[in-house]
Write a protein that binds this ligand. Structure first.
Ligand SMILES: *Cc1c(COP(=O)(O)O)cnc(C)c1O
Length: 401
């Protein structure tokens, strides 16, 4: 009965709407934590006031809820409330940071990596069309940046560096604290897209010396359509032009009536993440390692993509050479997985991330991503291992191997 789907749809409706199977695509999106939904519900029902309406109780109720959520999100990353700007998600946060900075400085030059999320890469392409210079740093075969390459790329004209914390496709972690230190020594602003890993890794904006940081609620068991940009306070070089002009919401950096229920859910998700992260990090790492060790025994020639150690604790990217990952996934409809080969990248072409890591075509073609999550159980993992191994063997047999 506490199950959120049951609550929303009523008992008889539930079975028809529930998807059966094992969801292992937590880096595409995470389910809503039931505790998050509980926190949001009152703001979808009785507390509908506009958070900007300071003249009555309805509005003030929402204002207070937003302030609590701001504190919860700030605490997760070691920031202060006034340093958090709520947005519609990490895509918007990334756009706001880069375009907002470029708009204030016609000569702004950027440094980023070649395996960032499209919301960074495509924004950088747009900025290049606007005559800004962008350097796309290479990564090694694990998808990791070399700090020396960052050092060499910084010139007197560089004004902002944007490097992701963890890659969504291969799970590799970047040396964010080292890059932050370097940027602060060179007096260059530093942005990190911390969308992946935000519910498990101990993020601290001061220890890492980041000036901007992007988050998304739906990658950390919160609702879709909500995110945040952390902006360091009292920094003489920081000045952003908003993407959206209008009312004075979010210190005039992001106009528009606040999504109260969504932001409340984001705050709750951040509080739960902070409470659970050390324990969950250990649990998921053990579960993930068990997955890899078992499946590796079952399937010959299987390879791990991304860094073996410096990776998200709940993430695996693996490849079955000779296998077509799209075909494999079609044979396993009850497993929610994604692939770096053509179809699941969304644009019909193989992953630019794996290509830029120098992964061979055959390995890209046979790659799948396995993303464990907060509600993933041992039984689900055992089932997935059996299903994948059986299906790979079946496809091998059909090819006459
Ligand atoms: C999902 C994701 C985004 C985009 O987040 P949205 O909130 O869906 O816009 C940006 N960066 C990374 C690394 C992501 O994984």
């Amino acid at each position: 009965m506490d199950d959120p789907v049951t609550m929303l749809l009523g008992k008889q409706e539930t079975d028809r709407h529930r998807v059966k199977g094992v969801y292992l695509d937590h880096h595409a999106t995470t389910p809503l934590d039931p505790e998050v939904l509980d926190a949001m519900m009152p703001y979808l029902k009785e507390f509908y006031g506009n958070a900007s309406s300071r003249s009555h109780a309805w509005g003030l109720r929402s204002t207070k809820a937003i302030e609590k959520a701001r504190e919860q999100v700030a605490r997760l990353i070691g920031a202060e409330e006034k340093e958090i700007i709520f947005t519609s998600g990490a895509t918007e946060s990334n756009n706001l940071c880069l375009k907002g900075h470029a708009d204030r400085d016609q000569n702004a030059c950027f440094v980023t990596s070649c395996i960032e999320h499209p919301s960074i890469i495509q924004t950088c392409r747009y900025l290049e069309a606007k005559r800004h210079s962008v350097t796309y740093l290479p990564v090694d075969s694990y998808g990791r940046l070399d700090i020396n390459d960052v050092t060499n790329a910084l010139s007197d004209s560089t004004s902002l560096v944007s490097i992701m914390l963890a890659n969504h496709e291969v799970g590799t972690l970047n040396p964010i604290a080292a890059i932050g230190l370097l940027c602060s020594q060179k007096n260059v602003l530093f942005h990190t897209d911390a969308t992946q890993g935000s519910s498990l890794l101990p993020i601290n904006v001061d220890e890492w010396r980041v000036d901007f940081l992007s988050l998304s609620a739906h990658k950390m068991y919160g609702p879709k359509g909500v995110g945040a940009l952390y902006i360091r306070k009292h920094h003489p070089q920081i000045s952003l032009t908003p993407l959206l002009h209008g009312g004075g919401q979010e210190r005039s950096l992001r106009a528009g009536t606040l999504n109260v229920a969504g932001i409340v859910g984001f705050g709750a998700a951040a509080a739960i993440a902070l409470r659970m992260r050390d324990e969950e990090l250990k649990r998921l790492r053990v579960l993930r390692d068990r997955f890899w060790n078992k499946i590796k025994e079952q399937i010959d020639g299987i390879v791990l993509l991304g860094h073996p150690l410096e990776r998200l604790p709940d993430h695996l990217s693996i490849s079955f050479p000779g296998i077509d990952a799209e075909e494999l996934m079609l044979e396993m409809e009850d497993l929610g997985l994604s692939s770096g080969s053509a179809c699941s990248t969304g644009n019909g072409s193989p992953s630019y991330i794996l290509k830029n890591m120098g992964v061979k075509h055959e390995f890209i073609h046979g790659s799948i991503r396995i993303g464990l999550g907060r509600f993933t159980t041992d039984e689900e993992i055992d089932y997935a291992i059996c299903k994948i191994s059986e299906t790979v063997r079946k496809l091998d047999k059909e090819r006459g191997i």
